[in-house]
Design a binder for this molecule. Structure first.
Ligand code: BGC
Length: 409
């Protein structure tokens, strides 16, 4: 591998998640929360459910050879234990559409939204939730395994639990007393609504995290029983906690990295054939630098992906960058952001980290959870009135990187 090149066969592409792009999903906890006015409505989103062929044409035109998508649990298992063949057939068509265009699919089995029957009965607070999730996961892979060999069970256990059971900003809106005063670094900066505040949520938070780890482990075993040949991993959202070097700040960073990353991965890595890295955020304790901000009001710090990769390399599993990207409506940060991110990834590769792919978040502008549709992460801009797609200039910079399989000046 020359200095600037990535290994042959490196996967380059973008990621999406079903609820954020497909549209027309009404039987989830998020859709219910929207009906109650607690989060913005998702509605038809990008109507990717009907327009996936045209969207994959764009991905192909942009040179992508990989695409990460998620399947919607509420479509596939609309009632407890009843699986919908029609929903599976749809995803088979989606996967075939990717293959026809020479794009390798990577499936995430569950990306945040829960079927109503599950969330209404306690969701991942339920004792039997790991088994329920394992049954669903095995069904998905049994049905799709001939068309896709790479699966992640769970997208981002920590943000899911932190927003839902600590900060109270996502369903089921449970919140620790006094949490806003502690100044815990926030993942989502949206705040509205009557949360359910209570000490009991502290216990629930840790219970949900444990159940999610168990759910992954059970799902891994169940999947391997039906399809031993596929790869199964988990997607982890690294917040890079680092410090200005003082011993106290070092200690804080170490503790937060342990809680946010290593405690969870320590519970699941033995049942991971690979790890997915989602990187957006860093928090440097004792930092005095002022950063340019993204439209999410997050620091522009794409080079942090180097340290995030190194952090995950502790587990010595192949790593896919399953998400990294920037909300940037004017598209004036994105191209440099991607270049820096790719450059930092190359550095990690050169130092021996086994990175296999890079999936930019996101292919399309989409529903940014409690923040609605205003934040624009897409390589492709969506006009939500007409659903017209418009490729952003930065997408062509990424295309050039892909064509060169690396950054070549
Ligand atoms: C999530 C995506 C989300 C993105 C940007 C990731 O943590 O997986 O669903 O849109 O961050 O906030």
């Amino acid at each position: 591998m020359s200095d600037k090149k990535f290994p042959n066969g490196f996967y380059w592409g973008a990621a999406t998640a079903s609820y954020q792009v497909e549209g027309g999903i009404e039987n989830t906890d998020w859709a219910k929360a929207a009906r109650e006015g607690r989060v913005p409505a998702c509605g038809r989103a990008c109507d990717h459910y009907h327009r996936y062929e045209a969207d994959f044409d764009i991905a192909k035109e942009l040179g992508h050879n990989a695409h990460r998508l998620s399947v919607e649990w509420a479509r596939i298992e609309p009632e407890e234990g009843r699986f919908d063949e029609v929903a599976i057939e749809h995803y088979r068509e989606v996967l075939n559409a990717l293959h026809t265009r020479g794009i390798t699919p990577f499936i995430t089995i569950w990306h945040f939204t829960l079927p109503l029957w599950f969330s209404e009965t306690g969701g991942f607070e339920r004792k039997d939730s790991p088994e329920i999730f394992a049954r669903y996961s095995a069904y998905v892979v049994e049905k799709l395994g001939d068309l896709c060999v790479s699966y992640s069970t769970i997208n981002e256990a920590l943000p899911f639990t932190s927003n839902g059971w600590r900060r109270g900003t996502w369903p089921p809106f449970k919140k620790w007393p006094g949490i806003d005063r502690v100044g815990v670094p926030t993942y989502s900066n949206f705040h509205k609504m009557e949360e359910k505040v209570g000490i009991v949520n502290i216990f629930k938070y840790f219970r949900v995290l444990r159940n999610l780890a168990k759910a992954h482990n059970r799902a891994y075993d169940a999947i391997k029983r039906v399809r031993p040949e596929v790869e199964v991993g988990i997607v982890h959202h690294v917040i890079l906690f680092h410090s200005n070097g003082s011993w106290l700040n070092d200690l804080k960073a170490k503790f937060m990295n342990w809680h946010w990353t290593h405690q969870h991965l320590g519970r699941v890595y033995k049942r991971c054939d690979n790890l997915g890295l989602n990187y957006y955020l860093h928090k440097k304790f004792g930092d005095t630098r002022t950063y340019r901000k993204t439209d999410m009001d997050w620091d522009v710090y794409p080079e942090g992906i180097y340290e995030a990769l190194k952090m995950l390399w502790r587990y010595k599993k192949p790593i896919y960058i399953t998400e990294a990207g920037v909300a940037d409506d004017d598209d004036d940060i994105r191209a440099d952001y991607i270049k820096t991110q790719v450059e930092a990834t190359r550095r990690a590769l050169q130092e021996g980290v086994d990175v296999r792919g890079h999936m930019y978040w996101s292919l399309l502008d989409n529903y940014e959870w409690a923040l609605g549709f205003d934040k624009r992460f897409g390589l492709v801009e969506i006009d939500y009135d007409t659903l017209e797609r418009k490729i952003r200039p930065s997408a062509y910079v990424y295309k050039k990187i892909i064509e060169q399989n690396g950054i070549v000046e």
